[in-house]
Design a binder for this molecule. Structure first.
Ligand SMILES: Nc1ncnc2c1ncn2[C@@H]1O[C@H](COP(=O)(O)OP(=O)(O)OP(=O)(O)O)[C@@H](O)[C@H]1O
Length: 672
């Protein structure tokens, strides 16, 4: 049997406790009285949510999983990928062993956290924070002793544990290289996250031996504005340091001035500690600008804002402009998807609209009323005709009449010589969308009612009305019936507008909120940048009220992606003010086929992640809050300048402030 040794599992309990990870784990399991008898598992829908949450990990790990499955599959083994809570996201490999593994619940959706499955090659790796093997009888639970497991933590470039890559096979059939393989492939996942991070930050590769620069042993550093924002474990080992000491430090402190000379061609440098290194710049921050221009952020921001402009789904949605006309744009595929709960009624709404009924969209601000109206337009037979959107709340009183109804030549001083058609006539043949209709001034309501009843417009100064043909969609975030009662809105217009009413649900009412938040986060660039929302962050986001609904969400996600370096595990403390971290000890109810089985204690299992070196550098802890406040004061609140004066990276100061705010908030709550 090539490469397979027979292994006699043995646990030497005579060893002093605490000397081996396996013994420490057994001691923990003995202490824990409520180790569950049955596997703790997620319902299928919850597993799908979990996979959406960890899409960037699954995406980055796929090549390794495929290659490894091919390797270990021939030796009757399987590859297992879990998240940082120990929940299996994916298994691949030998089909007959997959079947056997299924019998011991080594399958997607099951938690292999140590507190659920005892000592094992996933949960114990998470608690110990290191790669290790658990052979046969070393498993705490007798039923798992048919297994040999070799697990290695997958780390984010900032050192947080994102999950475990595990190779499992039958006990007694141990591949001699399994643990080394798992560790190498886990590192390769981190490397890929670093390499996939787009143009920025810069990526430096180094090693003491030239030939190793292209090997899996190569050290990698991500550098942003001269600060280290990510490292793989080979870099940590070669620099003989830890993530906590390295991250957010000036690269100069570790590699000296020589790093400035790094180019795609190999060069050499000597670190301040005298270590000679071969180094290459694998990814310059920008292909056009000099790699180390300080203005990277400006470039990044402008790239984002260009995307913002170019993204068709965001075109013409600005609420600043009172009026927007679009001819057949954007296409339906460019618009955000409708929430599931709105889909069944969409066809009816479209038929009603095309049949000439006035459609009224009601919902809080930012619930997607304009998106819905644009979808109706894009799906209608008038999709190639104009879509004229008028924000009735933003029209200046003086211009209203002329803008909406148009005017005849020479109608008033300053008027265009040839007159103006007015927006209502511009909608001719297409769709008129009256947004924030509840804010329309009363005199205008009277004129609008006449247009709707008679289907003709009388421009200012004209003596003959002009026929118009448009379909009407109105939208409001107010209680129109109440506005009528209060005398602010004409009752007859109110009834004329609502032949067909549609209520748009608030974001917080979405039943698929968790999965939706993950999907939107990925859509905003998190997938490509290897970013993951931590459980605590998702809990806080799901508990938020979202008064600004989708608009607020889009702004938040854009900010999160911009403020965190690629490969980040985004913790709740990294959320802005107002998103109070919620600590849930029984966050996810795990169900299968509708019946409750167990609670998966996500907060508890996430704790190994929280205990790993985190993003805040230790020198920052030493900086007193007062010094930070003083620096901010001295630089009039300018974060970049304050951070520079403190000698830390801007993103670090942002995270510190967010964390500080979070602490202040929870202290405030506790103090009440
Ligand atoms: N289902 C959705 N999924 C993702 N994003 C969405 C969704 N619906 C709307 N959005 C986004 O939310 C933002 C606000 O949408 P929209 O302008 O349609 O809301 P609104 O209800 O018309 O707001 P207001 O009441 O303030 O006029 C837009 O950027 C839009 O792209």
């Amino acid at each position: 049997m090539n490469g397979i040794d027979f292994y006699e599992p043995r646990v030497d309990l005579s060893d002093a406790p605490g000397t081996s990870p396996i013994l420490r784990s057994w001691a923990r399991c003995h202490q824990q009285r409520d180790l569950p008898d049955e596997p703790v598992m997620l319902a299928r829908a919850d597993l799908a949510d979990r996979c959406a949450q960890h899409a960037s990990l699954l995406y980055a790990a796929q090549p390794e999983i495929e290659t490894l499955a091919g390797l270990v599959g021939s030796a009757d083994g399987i590859v297992v990928l879990t998240d940082a809570a120990g929940i299996i996201l994916q298994t691949r490999g030998n089909a007959s062993f997959l079947h056997r593994a299924d019998q011991v619940a080594l399958r997607p959706g099951v938690s292999w956290a140590e507190s659920h499955r005892g000592t094992n090659g996933v949960g114990t790796v998470l608690v110990e924070g290191q790669a290790l093997s658990v052979h046969g009888s070393e498993h705490f639970l007798p039923r798992n002793r048919i297994l040999s497991c070799h697990g290695a933590p997958i780390r984010s470039p900032r050192g947080d544990i994102l999950g475990v890559l595990d190779i499992s096979c039958e006990a007694g059939r141990l591949h001699a290289y399994a643990l080394k393989l798992a560790s190498m492939f886990a590192r390769q996942v981190t490397n890929r996250i670093m390499e996939q991070a787009g143009e920025q930050p810069e990526l430096l590769v180094f090693h003491r031996q030239h030939a190793m620069l292209d090997s899996i042993e190569r050290a990698q550093l991500m550098v942003h504005d001269g600060y280290i924002v990510g490292a793989n474990d080979a870099a940590i080992a070669q620099l003989d340091t830890s993530w906590a000491q390295l991250i957010d430090q000036p690269i100069q402190a570790w590699l000296g001035d020589g790093w400035q000379q790094a180019t795609p061609d190999t060069c050499t440098l000597r670190t301040p500690r005298g270590l000679p290194l071969f180094i290459q710049l694998r990814r310059p921050a920008s292909s056009t600008a000099s790699p180390r221009q300080p203005d990277h952020d400006t470039q990044r921001r402008s790239k984002q804002s260009n995307q913002h402009i170019a993204h068709p789904s965001r075109q013409g949605h600005g609420k600043d402009a009172a009026i927007a006309t679009q001819h057949g744009l954007p296409g339906i595929h460019a618009l955000p998807d409708l929430p599931d709960m709105l889909r069944p009624g969409f066809g009816t709404a479209l038929r009603a609209l095309q049949g000439g009924l006035a459609v009224l969209l009601e919902g809080e601000t930012g619930t997607g009323k304009e998106v819905y109206a644009r979808r109706l337009h894009a799906s209608s037979t008038r999709c190639n005709q104009p879509f004229v959107a008028i924000n009735c709340g933003a029209l200046p009183d003086t211009l209203i009449e002329a803008e909406l109804f148009g005017y005849a030549a020479g109608a008033f001083t300053g008027a265009l010589r040839q007159g103006a058609r007015g927006r209502l006539r511009e909608a001719n043949g297409g769709i008129l969308f009256l947004d924030e209709i509840g804010d329309m001034p009363l005199p205008l309501q009277t004129r609008l009612l006449r247009v709707l009843q008679e289907r003709e417009v009388l421009p200012l100064g004209a003596d003959k009305p002009v026929p118009v043909d448009f379909l009407l969609i109105s939208a409001t975030n107010q209680d129109l019936a109440q506005r009528v009662q209060d005398g602010h809105f004409r009752a007859d217009l109110y009834y004329r507008l609502q032949d067909h009413r549609i209520g748009l649900p608030a974001l917080r009412e979405r039943s698929d909120l968790r999965a939706f938040l993950c999907a939107e986060f990925n859509r905003h660039g998190a997938l490509e940048q290897g970013m993951t929302l931590h459980d605590s962050t998702l809990d806080a986001l799901c508990a938020h009220r979202w008064p600004g609904n989708y608009r607020e969400l889009q702004a938040l996600l854009r900010g999160l992606v911009l403020r965190h370096p690629p490969g980040s595990l985004v913790m709740a403390e990294g959320l802005p003010d107002g998103f109070r971290p919620i600590i849930t000890h029984h966050a996810t109810a795990a169900r299968q086929d509708g019946k409750a089985i167990h609670h998966i204690d996500t907060a508890r299992h996430a704790s190994p992640v929280c205990n790993t070196p985190n993003s805040l550098h230790s020198t920052l802890h030493a900086l007193s809050a007062q010094r930070i406040r003083q620096a901010l004061h001295e630089h009039s609140g300018n974060i970049s300048r304050a951070a520079r004066s403190l000698g830390i990276h801007r993103s670090t100061l942002h995270r510190y402030l967010a964390r500080d705010a979070g602490q202040a908030t929870s202290e405030g709550v506790a103090g009440r």
